[in-house]
Every structure is written in structure tokens, then in C-alpha cells.
Unconditional design. Structure first.
Length: 262
């Protein structure tokens, strides 16, 4: 039995049956699923097999990249996504910026090539927690061409939050229109959110000038100046589902963003 006082972990939904192998008939496009990650092993064990089967059932060719931050700086989701984009290879032509704790429950959700512009799968009308209309977090699809047009995400956001809001402004500044799902009737039951805030506290501290800087648009940085080193690259199988784990050492200029350390 569970020890008294131990936090209860959410159970993921059962994974779909083992998927078929990829075939040419699946189409010409291939998705790079970019998953920023640090110290959330239980969620990863649920996420990788679930998403591999979910996408395979929909005949979406894909590769799953676990972007594991192993340095001693504060977590930087946006920089990890930039690194994942740069390291995802030429055999993928679009990306999904995908939280590890968010699982799609509705098979009608569209993960196909977002040719017309960024496609926000986890829209405010469907996400179980975030409902403001400029929200683009959780799960966002972009072609690689469109991500480059935005110069990726800002590297100035250390700790939790705000990087998605800044990226929304980049999308608009690039002349792109965010599209969202239609005809999905499952509302806030469309996704399962695995995160347990009682078990893992979010790093929401605002240090030095960070409180003022977090609302500004970074007009200079992004893909062009992300600083990192790949410590290791490992291909793994989780319950039969393939993924690639990138152990990533980010770098920080403490003169530019002193809030990257506590």
C-alpha cells in the first residue's frame, strides 16, 4: 500500500494497442516531437509509449526527442526547444512543442503538418488549466520554416512561465496566424494533465530584474544565439516505443540574464 502522507500520482490513461510500423503511405511529412524535460521520470515513462501509439494510430510519422536539461542553471523550456529544433535532423520537417505532462485523450485532435500556420492543439477552450485567448503553450505545432521565421523562442526565460506569451507575440510579429482545433466537443476533458503540484513545485521565483524583463519582447535573441552543448545523445525504447534522449548543457551569460541562477 501507499505510505501515509505520500503524494498520490495521477494515473495515465491506458495506451492504445501496439501501433503498426511506419509505411510510405503515411505521407511525406515527419514530426519532431520536442519534449523539454528535467527530473520527471514517472511522467516520461507514461508519455513516450502513449504518444508513440497515439501518433502511430493516426499514421503520423514522428520522432520523439526528450530534451533533458542537465546543467545547474534554472529550467529553460524555450532554450531546450531551440536546441531540440537545431538537433532534430533533416528527416523531420515540422515540430510539436509538447509538455511531458499533457496527454491527448481525443483521437480527433490533429497532429498533421501545419502548412497554413502554427496550430495550437492544446487550445484555451480545451486545456484543463489555461484558458486565456493568447495562450499557445502545452502543445503547439509549427513547420520548421515558420519556426525559423520567428527566430525560435527567446532564451531569456529561466524558471517557469512567460516564454509562451512572448512566443505568441513573435508569431504575430512574423505575420503568422495561430489556428486551433474545431469540432472537438470534449471540452476540458480533451487532455489528461499528469502534473501534481503538491509533489513538484514550479520554479516561479522572480529574481533581480526578471519581474520587469519577463513582459518584454526579446527582439534580438532566439535560435540565432542559443548557447548549449550536447553531453550525450541516446536512443532508447520505453515499453517498445522509441525515443531519443538529448542530455543538454545550457549556457548562461549572467551579465545578460542574472536570474538564470538562484
Amino acid at each position: 500500500g501507499r505510505e501515509r502522507g505520500a503524494p498520490r500520482q495521477p494515473c495515465p490513461p491506458p495506451a492504445p494497442p501496439q501501433p503498426p510500423r511506419e509505411e510510405p503511405a503515411w505521407g511525406p511529412h515527419r514530426l519532431a516531437l520536442l519534449v523539454p524535460f528535467r527530473e520527471r521520470f514517472e511522467e516520461l515513462l507514461a508519455f513516450v509509449p502513449y504518444m508513440h501509439r497515439f501518433l502511430s494510430k493516426k499514421r503520423i510519422s514522428h520522432r520523439i526527442f526528450i530534451l533533458n536539461q542537465v546543467d545547474h542553471f534554472r529550467f529553460n523550456r524555450a532554450s531546450l526547444i531551440n536546441v531540440g529544433f537545431l538537433e532534430s535532423g533533416n528527416d523531420t520537417d515540422y515540430i510539436a512543442m509538447h509538455d511531458v505532462d499533457l496527454l491527448p485523450l481525443n483521437e480527433n485532435l490533429d497532429y498533421s503538418f501545419p502548412e497554413a500556420g502554427p496550430f495550437h492543439v492544446a487550445s484555451p477552450e480545451l486545456h484543463p488549466l489555461y484558458h486565456y485567448k493568447t495562450y499557445v503553450g502545452g502543445i503547439l505545432l509549427l513547420t520548421k520554416q515558420h519556426y525559423e521565421l520567428c527566430n525560435g523562442m527567446s532564451n531569456r526565460f529561466w524558471g517557469w512561465g512567460r516564454e509562451d506569451d512572448e512566443f505568441y507575440r513573435r508569431i504575430k510579429g512574423a505575420g503568422l496566424q495561430v489556428r486551433r482545433p474545431s469540432g472537438i466537443t470534449t471540452g476540458y476533458e480533451t487532455f489528461q494533465h499528469l502534473h501534481d503540484p503538491a509533489w513538484r513545485k514550479r520554479d516561479q521565483k522572480r529574481i533581480a530584474a526578471q519581474k520587469q524583463e519577463q513582459f518584454k519582447v526579446d527582439r534580438e535573441g532566439g535560435l540565432n544565439n542559443v548557447r548549449y552543448r550536447i553531453e550525450s545523445r541516446t536512443d532508447l525504447s520505453v515499453a517498445g516505443a522509441p525515443c531519443t534522449v538529448l542530455n543538454i548543457l545550457l549556457d548562461c551569460d549572467t551579465n545578460e540574464t542574472p536570474w538564470c541562477t538562484f
